[in-house]
Design a protein around this ligand. Sequence first.
Ligand SMILES: [Zn+2]
Length: 146
Amino acid sequence: MSSPLADWSESPAWLAPIPTSDDREFWVGARNGELRIQRCGACGLHQHYARMLCSHCGADEIAFVVASGLGTIYSFTVIRKNGVPPFRERVPFVVASVQLDEPGARVLAAMPTTAIESVAIGARVRAQFRPVGDEFAFVDFALDSA
Ligand SMILES: [Zn+2]
């Protein structure tokens, strides 16, 4: 039996991102329907979340690129209990560690539009963007039907 999916379209103001100079590009990109991650000019690997230095080689030749939004579930968990609204009303839902197709980068994200029973390690997923206010958006993932 499949659990009904909660509506995640509205989030309280306190959940809105407060970007830093390092990660503002990520949040603004998401509002524009793009998954922007960092690529290192020295080693060529990618990273997420945004940082000043490359997490793979330590170089400071970091630049944002637009990722494909495609990836594979590396691992996941099902959140079944949470006492804090709005998550209290959203359970159960999946949080997945997604290995992006761009080498080096993983994203930890919710999968609010995907039934928990259909998620598996190795499944192909695609980024989705959920606006929060006028400037930013959250990045979620869903099973890739393409
Ligand atoms: Zn590097």
